[in-house]
Design a protein around this ligand. Sequence first.
Ligand SMILES: Cc1ncc(COP(=O)(O)O)c(C=O)c1O
Length: 388
Amino acid sequence: MSLNSLAAIPPYVFYELDARRNRQRAAGKSLIDVGIGSPDGPIPDVVIDAMQRTAADRALSGYPYFRAHPAYTAAVAAYLDTRFGVTVDPVAEVLALAGSKEGIAELILSHTNPGDVVLVPEVYYPVYARATLLAGAVPVFVPLLADGRLDLDAVAPADVVRARVLIVNYPGNPTTSTITLDDFASLVSYAEQHQLLLISDLAYSELSFDGYRVPSVLQVPGASRVAVEMHTCSKSFNMAGVRIAFVAGKREAIAQLDAYRSNIGYGVSTMAQMAGAAAFTHHESIVPPIVAEYRARRDALVSAMQAGGWDVHAPKATMYLWLPVPAGYDDWGWVDALLDGPGVVVTPGIAFGEAGRGRFRVSLVQPARVLTKAAAAITVIAAAMASS
Ligand SMILES: Cc1ncc(COP(=O)(O)O)c(C=O)c1O
């Protein structure tokens, strides 16, 4: 199964983007990289301290706990309580993960049989569909309404019957769409009605602006009967390289994921878990300066794009702008024009599925002045095509 499944999966668009970017770098070109969403800010000091102390602690040098270190799950439970008012059993309802990307993949692999359907938003973070294909299951893409909600009524009844999993991602990458708790409650009801595992990917839980606070699906009463939620330190705490995340919620799903993971690994690095514990414990002091920096970047980029005539609004959350490709270009043509011309690296919309075609994503991973420069360069290239 797996070799065939692997052969059926198209090449990862970020790999291709990397190759094109690296070719330009090797040729000596200086680039403004706003492609991949890898935070450029420093790992918080309190997190570095925790990693250093763990590295020096002989009692922690052996294999980690399979599920999670109790200090990590205790910090996670305290975070969910203070941040969302959500109570979880740290033993049965939390599992440490080495990043939410592989956690999502493992959840799909441990919850589907070949031929099952996984319901995926039509514009999606790539691992949702790719892990589904690796499992021999079938991704069925759910159309997005104009306000970013899923049009679940549009899914064919036969697909709903075969569906085992529904994945949602709010705030969304790349769409930047947000959600209300009422909408989460509707998704929980839908999952209950159709006996689905609801996976909420909350990668951008802390990166929100202008008074908007990102809700957790676990705030919906009874949600943990059907839902799990993926949280990560990558974006909220500038820790993408540390690889630490967790899943919380439905205990049977977590037990099944644990059983799967215990067959292929030894749990998550203790150093990463202690780093995560420090981050979640100190979230209230770590997050505000990070958010303030992204907000300043967002505002600078949005103003510069608006000044260049782009119809763009400031997103309420995430670290992205999701923009239309100018007339006259296809996705890769536009990406190449920016790369070969001013040397700006952006992500083509098709990285996020067919429905992403015709758009591109800019990540706020450069200082405001660099983003302003990128916006000016992007505008010049778009205008050159418009006047040709
Ligand atoms: C929506 C979404 N989910 C998951 C991830 C992966 O995060 P992690 O670093 O925890 O694997 C990303 C990273 O860009 C993302 O945008």
